[in-house]
Design a protein around this ligand. Structure first.
Ligand code: EPU
Length: 337
């Protein structure tokens, strides 16, 4: 049974904690309920937005339309061999609870993605990633409902066109399909990914490497650097790490010999945006109620009753500073509404 709430506060539904409302709000627990909601949206002709965990979104104003959220649950084993297990997971499952479930079952593949806020159904959209792993590595396919036709579709991994914090669901299919289930292939034979700098260091504290140890190490690193949204509103990394040409990199390196970088093929390098922001003098600074986190400059925070526009304004100031100092344009990772 769907229930539509009117003039609904979404303060608790966005991790920045902005005090905004939407005209209508509803959850759906099945694909049939989702169809019903889409029909209501079409009959009434107001805008529609699907919200996951609200962990990658910045509202600058009240939303004049219908916001819907998946509460489709379930982790279903589809097939299994000695090597791997294929599972189909409802889009409304909490991401980190799913990671914990896999670790408990001794299935590897996503332990490095522990503690990322959000839902299973939104993880493919921006191809979440951390500590050397991206979720695209373990996604078999994505099930959706097409808004126009109300037909179910399946997208194989290559059809999802995954990239760094990117997929077809952010581009060609944006606002056209709603994700209902995600299929993952997890390994029973463990292949740990331990090459990411501070994860390797953190794991030295453990006698042996296991999925549980990796999960705990990632949780400890994240807790030491990233503010908890319940305590200080934020949306994780606010910007993407920019990819620049080797030429620009060599030029910047002349003045900043300690610039950290990750080579991307032969002619491009990725630079940590957090470093660029810190070098531009923004770490720990604030404008009004919007601040730059003092332990990780890539994270913008709501210091009190900030509005989305205050945070957006801070973001623009940062973009200008970084551009003036380094000639590098930072691109937002967070979606602005
Ligand atoms: N750095 C600074 N100052 C800062 C922050 C970072 O100098 O204030 C430099 C340091 O040299 C550090 C390097 O940047 O070694 C990388 O920092 P970190 O390991 O914290 O990772 P990141 O590049 O800032 C990315 C992801 C995070 C992910 C971590 C770990 C993006 C946009 N962000 O951050 O993802 O957790 O790597 O893999 O790619 C997210 O997307 O919301 C997110 C938190």
């Amino acid at each position: 049974m769907i229930e539509i709430k009117e003039k609904f506060s979404i303060k608790k539904y966005n991790t920045f904690g902005f005090d905004v409302t939407c005209s209508y709000f509803s959850t759906f627990s099945t694909v049939e309920e989702l169809k019903e909601l889409i029909i209501i949206h079409k009959n009434n002709n107001y805008p529609l937005m699907v919200l996951g965990g609200g962990s990658n979104i910045l509202f600058t104003t009240d939303y004049k339309g219908l916001i819907i959220q998946s509460i489709i649950k379930g982790v279903e084993v589809i097939s299994e061999t000695d090597q791997y297990v294929d599972v189909r997971v409802g889009s409304g499952e909490n991401w980190d609870e799913f990671v914990e479930y896999c670790v408990q079952h001794d299935w590897s593949g996503i332990e490095n993605l522990s503690l990322i806020p959000g839902f299973v159904g939104t993880c493919p959209i921006q191809n979440i990633g951390a500590y050397g792993v991206e979720v695209k590595n373990v996604i078999n396919k994505v099930e959706t409902l097409e808004i126009d036709t109300l037909k179910k579709h399946e997208f194989t991994n290559p059809e999802c066109k995954f990239g760094y914090r990117d997929s077809i669901f952010k581009r060609d299919l944006k606002s056209k399909h709603i994700i209902t289930h995600v299929h993952f292939r997890l390994n029973k034979k463990h292949e740990f990914v331990l090459n990411y700098g501070n994860l390797k260091d953190e794991l030295q504290k453990y006698d042996s490497i296991s999925l549980k140890a990796i999960r705990q190490a990632v949780i400890d690193i994240r807790n030491s650097k990233l503010p908890k949204p319940e305590e200080m509103g934020n949306a994780g990394s606010f910007f993407k790490n920019p990819e620049i040409s080797l030429e620009t990199f060599e030029y910047v390196k002349k003045s900043y010999s300690d610039i950290p970088f990750y080579p991307q093929g032969e002619n491009r390098v990725k630079i940590p945006a957090g470093w660029l922001i810190e070098q531009s003098g923004w770490k720990g600074r604030s404008i009004g109620n919007a601040g730059v986190h003092n332990k990780q400059a890539l994270v913008l925070v709501n210091l009190g009753n900030a509005t989305g526009n205050e945070v957006l304004n801070l973001a623009k100031e940062i973009q200008n500073s970084v551009n003036q100092k380094f000639g590098i344009q930072l691109e937002m990772e967070v979606n602005v509404v």
